[in-house]
Design a protein around this ligand. Sequence first.
Ligand code: CA
Length: 236
Amino acid sequence: MNKPLILTVEDDVPVRNLITTTLKTHGYRILLAANGEAAILEASSHNPDIILLDLGLPDMDGVEVIKKIRTWSNVPIIVISARSEDADKIEALDSGADDYLTKPFSVEELLARLRVTQRRLALMGTEAGQQTSVFTNGALKIDYAAGCVYLGGEELHLTPIEYKLLCLLSQNVGKVLTHTFITRNIWGSSWDNDIASLRVFMASLRKKLEKGPGKYQYIQTHIGIGYRMLRVGNDD
Ligand code: CA
């Protein structure tokens, strides 16, 4: 298998050097861009496997870069933000980014995010070929066609809202979904700001999921941002 090609878009030289050194040491191939225009050009001419994108670029906002790239590509984009404001990350995620890293980040965090994304890419490849209607993750199994959920072989009884939430998370496994994205998909735009209700439904769904065999943590909370379903245990 080819080493993944990572496009790193970062104008801050020390951060760029840290990323470059880390990626090289761990066998990734790299492309570099120091501004938004170069990023769009590199992305269109080299088809990277993953893009690491700083949001604060000298020539344009990173969110604009995401929007441009999303017009032709579904390449996973991990946003890097020095800004502590959640609003920037939320805007980036809602514009099509898959995940985020907050500066300063450790080498371990960077590698962990890349692994999550690669696992997701690998699964997207196999699932696309199979047109599968059954989703499995650890002890969890969702039969989309039948509308049934199983945990360790036992049928799990979910309310309609819990089921919709679980399907949305599973169909985007590995990806951080913002509160707005979730509420819009489940209830429509009139519920945009009802994060309190979402939290209640998410807590009850979690309680049902996490009592099962292995007691996996399937759903990760990103405080102030949203939720993500994680790949757990063995997938085979
Ligand atoms: Ca920057």
